[in-house]
Structures are given as structure tokens and as C-alpha cells.
Write a protein that binds this ligand. Sequence first.
Ligand code: AMP
Length: 503
Amino acid sequence: MSSSNYLYDSVFGHTVDSKKSFLINQNGEMSYASFHELVNQLANTLKVSGLKIGDRVAVQAEKSNVQIALYVATIKSGGVYLPLNTDYTANELEYFLKDSEASIVVIDSKNEDSIKKTIRNKSVKILTLNENETGSLTSLSNKQEKVFDTVPRNPEDLAAILYTSGTTGRSKGAQLSHNNLLSNTKVLKDFWKFNENDVLLHMLPIYHTHGLFVACNLLAYVGGSMIFLPKFDSQQALTWMKRANTMMGVPTFYTRLLKEDLFDKKLTEHMRLFISGSAPLLAETHIEFEKRTDKKIIERYGMTETNMNTSNPYDGPRIAGTVGLPLPGVELRIADNKGQEVDKGEIGIIELRGDNVFGGYWEMPEKTAESFREDGFFITGDMARIDENGYVIIVGRDKDLIITGGLNVYPKEVEDLIDEINNVNESAVIAVPHPDFGEAVVSIIVRKQDSVNEKDIKDHLSDKIAKFKQPKKIIFADNLPRNTMGKVQKSELRKKYQDLFNS
Ligand code: AMP
């Protein structure tokens, strides 16, 4: 057994000018040296709280410096980090905590009572961490030594469990190893040319792979800095962007920035890179962004289970509406529902293999087995095709696929056509049960102005796509339901409109 901690040593344990700022925000700057002292105090706190190798540390708390240090402390102590979305209710938490059998639970004080009622296992240690970084975790850690002996861990050992943001069925815990995380960080560093001079504007949540691993692992690995803000806010973004040179965001960040007049060439001149992911970036947003700033967003595609899989290139063409090329070391194929590769350019399901791909779902051997092919490829459920230049174009999720009168409709194809109509902001196309067709195509449209009506939409589509793909019903709405990562919650829309054709 090696005596090193595979992920910790490479990403966090290497030498960086100790006075250099790692985290910058409204409270001031935290140097690498102070960050490491905090990590060590927290690691000692976990130790005195009974943490053993492989134990899960479940955390539901507002984003803070302490929380990111707690992640690093968990890895350094040989534990398994388990971040939880701050929107989860006590009911949902109960499931995650029971399912993961977490031995240490860190939560906001306001939820302490309800969690104590939920967890009957007295050996579980409950600590609190509040938005302003107070709570029993910090008071205990303030009393600890600022040195800590790193616990050895191997590449295949578990580093984190992230519950998928799946909108149907039970959430599954994706098990990510030290190697899954480190290999992806190394690839992204080279692909996006990150280095110690980078200052990342970080406004993402840190309970998700995007804000936690893609952003924090990468910036720590290269010895860069992060402007680490609690959440996205357009005004804050405009202010802090002056000090950053790179930004990662979900598409909503970019559409919101484009609503600000101050967001222009002058403000973004010094920015080296804007990256978007976690949900589809409308081609229109990509193009408008370029017009406004002279810069092209890099769109990339990843998943909780696989880390990052594809990205538009740093140097080559960044093509709107595509998620770019498979990253080095990532094998990607477009397959039919039996795992056979489809013909070039045809639509199928993305399957992936590589060091980035997780080992399986926590204590769900059947779900794990269902998700992998015999040759080790993971079945993502994302429908896509590859264009003539090798770029991947995502057309939807397999469960989004609409089968109407026995014919397949890919929602993205219809959405793209609707979105190109003047004064249409965005749209979602869903399947709604239909007595005659089985499923009917329904579009929910958000308009910029009421000037677009049903007839305009129908006229626009009539000669562009087959009749069976055209919406049987057009609904106008003020907005589309989204989760915190910007994903449109189609399951919510399906539920809302399930009786549209039955009444
Ligand atoms: P999560 O596990 O929450 O990160 O969600 C992963 C899912 O987000 C993927 O399976 C895709 O469906 C979607 N996704 C991520 N990035 C993109 C992107 N750039 N374009 C379209 N869908 C994306």
C-alpha cells in the first residue's frame, strides 16, 4: 500500500506560495497557508469526532470557506465526502443520511432539531455549520492543532459520494474514487490551460460536481485563486469580475449577465475564459454573448457519475449548440439501446468509458449493473449525435424522448426551431398522454413579448418538420421550472399537463 493520499497530495498537498490568496470574498482573502491550517484543524475535529477510514461525512450547509476546507479535511482524513443540496427538506435528508449511513453529519443549526429526531442511531455525530461560519463544528475546530498527519489513500479508494439530481425515482449515490477526481482535474488543466495565475469567479453551489470538483479541485491543483461568492448575483458578478480572469457557470448565469447593460466588451476584456455546463446553453445565448463581449463561451458536458466528458476546444472552433469533443482519455460512443454503435451522424445514447467514470451506485448493485455494458461503458441516458467534425450535439435525455403514434420525436429538434422565432425566449417540448396517439407533443413557450402568437409558431414549424413532430398544443408560460443547476424540470411540466388531453 502506498503511503500517500492519492487525491489530497496532488490537488491540495503540493507547495504553493503560502502567502498567496486561495479564497477571496466579501470577508477578505484567505491565503493558502491559512486555508491549510483550517483544513488541519477540521481534520483533527473529524478525528476527535470518531471518523474512521471510509466513513461518510454528510454536509448540508450554505457555501462558505469552512465548508470547502471541510471537504479537503475529509479527503485528508481518509473519509468520504457527501455534500447535500441545501434545498433538500428534512424528509429528503432522512433518506440520504440513512442510505449513506453517514457517521458524521454537518448541518445548519436551524435544522439540528429535526435531524436529531430523524437520526436515531446515537453513534452518529451531529455538528453544526451556519452561513456565517459559526456553529459547533467551528467552535470545536478552533480548539484543534493546526497540524495533521495525512491519512494514506489509494487511487481506487472512495473519495466522495454525490447523490444524483435525478428527478424520477430514488436518488442514487454516485461513488467517486480518488482516481476519478484526480484524472479529470489533470485533463481539464491541460485542456482549458489553467495555471497559477488564474483567478476564477466562483458563484456555483459546492454540493454539486460542477462547483466542487470541476472548479475547486482544478484551481487548487494549479495553485490559482477563487473569488468564492455565496451564490450567483448579477450585480456581484459585475463587481467581482474585474478581479477575475476566468468564470465557470450554468447557462442561467450567462443569460442573466446578458440582461445587464454594464456587461460588455470593456468589462470582460481581461477575461481569459468563460465556461458553461450542467445544462444546455442555447445557441442564441452563445451567439449573443459573442456579439456583446467578443468572446466565445466554452460549452462542456459532464455528469455527477462521470465528471467532465466533452468540451469545446480552447484553441479550435467553439461551436454553438454543441458540447464539443471527447476529452483526452474519455472514450465516447453513440449507441442504440443494446449498446451497438449507431451509424455515423445518427442519434443514439451517449455511452462512456475512462478513468473519469464512477465505479457504481452506493449499495445499489442492480442499478449499477443496469447502467454499465459488459465492456465497461456507462450508459448516460443522454441522446446525442456526432457531427461531421466530431463534435457532440446533445438532443435530449432518453426519458424525454416522445413516441407519438409510434414515431419518435426528439424534443430538442422542435425546441431549437421554436427558439429561433423572433421574440421567443425559450421553450420546452414534452410528451403528454394522449388517448389516440399514446403521447402527444406539447410545447411550453416563454415569450419576450406577447407579439408572438400560436399561429406564428405553427406557421414557422409547418414546413420545417414533419406533422407528427409539430406540437398538438402550444402553451405560453412566464418561465420554465428549473432546479438550482439550471436544468429545466421536465418531469414537473409533464405532471402539470398530464391531463391536457383527457379532460
Ligand atoms: P448532473 O449529474 O446534475 O451534473 O447532470 C448531468 C446531466 O446534465 C447530463 O446527463 C446532461 O443531461 C446534462 N448536461 C450537462 N452538461 C450539459 C450540456 N452542456 N448540455 C446539455 N446537457 C448537459
